[in-house]
Design a protein around this ligand. Structure first.
Ligand code: TSU
Length: 294
């Protein structure tokens, strides 16, 4: 099962075998044995590489969850015995990555230097599939509570502050009403249902039509640079991203007086996969620093 998960992740049987310190023929034989047991072909091998059959894709969903469960079970047993080792896999939103995470990780790694932390960028809902399949232990991301899928649970941490940002020479960089920004070219920082959609919500609340979205930029590394490079775009971003942007001197906060929604940042996990003791401690540090902000 682990091999199948690695084949999908790494894109080849050879790479998966290498990463498991097996020979390619040994791994191929193991997969053939599994296919015989399941009476179904899982993989199609061709010159272009390896792909999953529809049996393979269905089986992979179970395999991912079982591999993740087994990792968690082993980590939990070790941690309950007082051996603080294993891995925590999580995703964070930009506001968390720049705000609470550095302090929380500092405390956590002082306490548990042997626990590996695997951290990636991610926002709900795009991150939901990898929480659902067990790849991630949890994500720290804004969530619309009404929008949360029923197999996930979200515990609120704090509300993120969002600002409207343009390049310094944008003709409407001093606008004070949302209505003035109605004809602007907007860069959305996430698809609808993500926190970038706060601007759509704000326009609706203020009785305006939908904003004119000309670009979707899901890279928070690129977003400030893209907006800074042009005098035609406006966007929304968490205030902390603006404050810490290397392009800050080419950007400005548009001083809109109409209220903008504040995305609620939550810890999101599968409802039936409890956190390991180590993951609980890391979340505990994040909650600790979230409370100190309030
Ligand atoms: S954050 O979740 O607070 O980082 C966030 C991301 C993107 C937007 C608002 C807030 C637009």
């Amino acid at each position: 099962m682990q091999a199948l998960v690695l084949i999908e992740e790494l894109g080849s049987i050879r790479a998966a075998a290498q990463s498991m310190s097996l020979t390619q023929p040994a791994l191929t034989a193991a997969i053939q044995q599994l296919e015989a047991e399941l009476k179904a072909p899982l993989l199609v091998r061709s010159k272009k590489g390896v792909t999953f059959t529809h049996f393979g894709q269905a089986f992979l969903r179970h395999a991912k969850l079982m591999v993740a469960q087994s990792r968690r079970a082993q980590d939990e047993m070790a941690q309950l015995r007082g051996h603080w080792e294993g891995t925590i896999k999580m995703a964070v939103s930009p506001a968390i990555g720049l705000g609470l995470l550095p302090q929380a990780l500092r405390q956590f790694t002082l306490q548990h230097p042997e626990v590996k932390v695997h951290c990636r960028d991610g926002l709900y809902p795009s991150i939901a599939p990898v929480i659902r399949d067990g790849t991630l232990d949890f994500a720290l991301t804004p969530v619309h509570r009404v929008d949360l899928e029923s197999d996930l649970v979200a515990e609120p941490l704090y509300s993120s502050q969002v600002v409207i940002v343009s390049g310094v020479s944008h003709p409407l960089s001093r606008a004070v009403r949302l209505a003035q920004l109605q004809d602007c070219a907007w860069v959305l920082s996430s698809p609808s249902r993500g926190p970038g959609a706060v601007i759509e919500e704000a326009f609706q609340t203020h009785g305006l039509g939908m904003p004119r979205v000309t670009m979707l930029c899901e890279s928070f590394l690129a977003l400030p640079a893209v907006v800074a490079a042009s005098d035609q775009w406006v966007t929304t971003m968490p205030r902390i991203l603006f404050e810490n942007s290397p392009f800050k001197d080419q950007l400005c906060i548009v001083p809109i007086e109409d209220a903008l929604p504040s995305p609620l940042i939550c810890t999101v996990r599968r409802h039936d996969l409890p956190l390991t003791p180590a993951a609980m401690q890391l979340v505990g540090w994040i909650q600790h620093f979230a409370l100190k902000r309030l």
